[in-house]
Write a protein that binds this ligand. Structure first.
Ligand SMILES: Nc1ncnc2c1ncn2[C@@H]1O[C@H](COP(=O)(O)OP(=O)(O)O)[C@@H](O)[C@H]1O
Ligand SMILES: O=C(O)C1=C[C@@H](OP(=O)(O)O)[C@@H](O)[C@H](O)C1
Ligand SMILES: [Mg+2]
Length: 180
């Protein structure tokens, strides 16, 4: 099977749906943030603190190149900002199938405002909950030209529970089996 790259904004469900989709398809799952944390032996928040966003993006680019070459046939959940670095969308579109997972900004903001979600995402960690929705809307709009280079788009706004995630992964797997 071709490698599947899930892209989309922070909190849209790439990691959650990606793991369920890989299980459904019976293929390995790679989360790019987890891969980076293992490689660097440091959490994403510390990498941002020590090297800044630019330093993180350079590490993320190298990780993506490695994963695209080594994890063929896997489902890969990217970080929300992976598509913004020059060449990353071209790399993924050339190496497999890219799927843009979309979810409403309101739902994303509600998920990201949860303390444990906020704490692991340095771009929003210091924000008041009331600032998050505006930031999500503005930042998502800025990133849209990158996300829209995906080959497929899948709206997961209606998924609200873990059980629905599994059902959706099944639906998506069925769809993918017909196109791959
Ligand atoms: N379909 C869903 N229904 C309810 N909550 C979800 C769903 N998908 C994700 N979440 C919640 O939102 C949080 C962020 O999801 P995650 O998969 O980490 O998103 P991403 O990898 O795109 O940032 C998760 O911790 C999870 O609890
Ligand atoms: O959107 C972003 O710039 C980021 C998204 C995060 O991944 P998730 O989209 O899985 O939260 C993580 O890579 C990092 O905090 C930066
Ligand atoms: Mg994730």
């Amino acid at each position: 099977m071709t490698t599947i790259f899930l892209i989309g904004y922070m909190g849209c469900g790439k990691t959650t749906l990606g793991a369920a989709l890989a299980a459904e398809l019976g293929v390995p799952f790679v989360d790019l943030d987890d891969y980076i944390e293992e490689r660097c032996e440091a959490p994403i928040s510390l990498i941002f603190k020590q090297r800044g966003e630019r330093g993180f993006r350079e590490i993320e680019r190298r990780a993506l190149v490695e994963v695209a070459a080594s994890a063929t046939g896997s489902v890969v959940a990217c970080g929300g900002g992976t598509p913004t670095w020059p060449g990353n969308m071209e790399l993924m579109n050339g190496a497999g199938l890219t799927i843009w997972l979309t979810t409403s900004p309101e739902r994303i903001a509600a998920r990201l405002a949860l303390p444990e979600q906020k704490a692991k995402r340095p771009l929003i960690a210091a924000m008041q909950d009331s600032e998050i929705l505006r930031y999500v809307k503005e930042n998502q709009a800025r990133r849209e030209p990158c996300y829209s280079q995906a080959q497929l788009r899948f709206d997961s706004t209606r998924i609200e529970t873990a059980r629905e995630t599994v059902a959706t992964a099944r639906e998506l797997a069925t769809l993918l089996r017909t196109v791959l």
